[in-house]
Design a protein around this ligand. Structure first.
Ligand SMILES: Cc1ncc(COP(=O)(O)O)c(C=O)c1O
Length: 457
């Protein structure tokens, strides 16, 4: 016990000041639980937890067939090979692999990334590659270096939900452009950019997933790729090509990447998440030289350097293992699942339902009959032990309520069939209710409830 407790007593030996009672806290008039609510930056106001997150916790229970998530099925990976390779890595290069590294990424993996991109016709120099923490971080860095609050990103509709989340977190306005069965519509693209500019807005880039898009499963045809590029060149609009699924082509050889046809106008994003494993969190950006410099600075500000151990791990997997053959066996497995899903849709779906026919990737995009609402239907589907992702997640503007995304990547074929059967039953019951009571979709004020995405069966 310190002497100050005895101040003023016999034992007082030196003058010390008594602690003042704490100043009364300003009275709080709100009942909010988060005391920092007034302190957050404006950009956090646009960050929202998904409305269906809680349901997805239930959807992960074993009795539910989840056609919702996009997790790659990595059970076929040769874990013994990976384990040997990691052990060898630690024993031989551990002190380098567990050290800080280059902000741009380690030279050896940037070289290997160029070889991987070569499979899709891209000729690139390792100097122009920036390694990132998954392509998700590449999306973040690209948005960070290009977009001020209020800027516009043009995005095909429907679009990858993770990209929309990133754009929102930078207070970027997303202007959607419709697709048809061949990919993004170039007339709509030109109109959107011209209208933005006429309104004094600044569209910074086009965000597109030319191969087996998440969520639509649509791929741009070779002709459409050329048209998209030409339109962007004419408009002087940068293209951000997001291509995590390109090597997972299930029916034919992959089409050339946009970046293989044009290098200065295209910023390319790639990932090892679907061709190896997402847990290493290694993706990359291939950017025009000056942009690459800014990306590296942004990467250094964000993380100092991308995870070095993961880069070494992926690099030794690519070096020591027949990774291309591994992709062939992944493709065989995904093809069986894709086919199971398409057959089940054909067999079970109620009349008036349409869906895309993906030639690769993980996803099928379903358009339900008029009157059904994928968001309000989800709790009833989960009760019936099947889950999907409602279409509204993939639009920045509230469209997509008649759509849903089904993933065929994770459950085995028999579970996929069962999941689609259960879903079809739920839809039939909703349709009965709709016919009896007129329940279901609450139409948007403009009467549009289905996204402008493709409606092919
Ligand atoms: C289109 C698209 N882009 C980017 C990502 C992010 O992938 P990762 O960060 O694992 O590389 C995903 C993940 O599902 C995706 O579907």
């Amino acid at each position: 016990m310190g002497t100050w407790y005895f101040a003023g007593n016999v034992r007082q030996s030196r003058r010390v000041s008594l602690p003042q009672p704490p100043a009364p806290r300003p009275e709080r008039h709100d009942t909010r639980l988060d005391r920092y609510v007034e302190q957050y930056a404006d950009r956090t106001h646009t960050m929202q937890a998904s409305a269906v997150r809680a349901l997805f916790a239930v959807a992960n229970r074993p009795e539910v067939v989840s056609l919702a998530g996009g997790m790659p099925n990595i059970t076929d990976l040769p874990l013994n090979v990976v384990a040997d390779s990691l052990q060898n890595l630690i024993m031989t290069e551990g002190t380098k692999a567990m050290q800080y590294g280059s902000g741009q990424g380690e030279p050896m993996i940037r070289e290997q990334i160029c070889e991987v991109m070569g499979l899709e016709g891209i000729v690139a120099h390792p100097d122009d590659v920036v390694v990132t923490c998954g392509s998700q971080q590449a999306l973040d860095l690209v948005t960070r270096i290009f977009c001020n609050p209020g800027d516009v990103v043009i995005a095909e509709a429907p679009s990858y939900v993770g990209a929309l989340t990133t754009f929102r977190s930078y207070q970027v306005e997303v202007v959607h452009v419709t697709m048809d069965d061949d990919g993004i519509r170039t007339d709509a693209l030109a109109q959107a950019v011209t209208a933005c500019r006429a309104a004094g807005k600044n569209p910074k880039f086009l965000y597109t997933i030319p191969n087996f898009s998440n969520p639509s499963g649509i791929s741009q045809t070779a002709d459409r790729r050329r048209e998209v590029l030409q339109t962007c060149l004419d408009l002087d609009l940068l293209v951000v090509e997001d291509n995590p699924y390109g090597l997972l082509s299930l029916d034919a050889e992959p089409l050339p990447a946009l970046r293989s046809m044009e290098d200065e106008q295209v910023l390319y994003l790639g990932s090892f998440s679907k061709t190896f494993a997402p847990g290493f969190r290694i993706g990359w950006a291939l950017a025009p030289h000056a942009v690459r410099e800014k990306l590296t600075l942004a990467q250094e500000a964000a993380t100092l350097c991308p995870p070095v151990f993961s880069q070494y791990a992926v690099s030794s997997y690519l070096r020591d293992h027949d990774w291309q053959n591994q992709i062939v066996s992944f493709k065989d497995m995904y093809r069986a699942r894709r086919d199971a899903m398409l057959e089940a849709l054909e067999e079970y779906m109620p009349e008036g339902t349409t869906w895309t026919n993906p030639a690769g990737g993980f996803f099928v995009w379903v358009t339900m009959p008029e009157g059904l609402d994928s968001q309000s239907m989800l709790p009833r589907a989960v009760t019936d032990r099947v889950a999907y992702t409602p279409g509204t997640a993939f639009y920045a503007d509230g469209l997509g309520s008649r759509n849903l995304r089904l993933s065929f990547c994770y459950p085995p074929p028999d579970r996929i069939r069962e999941g689609v059967r259960r879903l079809a039953e739920v839809m039939r019951r909703e349709l009965d209710l709709h016919h009896t009571f007129g329940l279901g979709t609450s139409p948007r004020h403009d009467g549009l409830t289905s996204g402008p995405g493709p409606e092919v069966s």
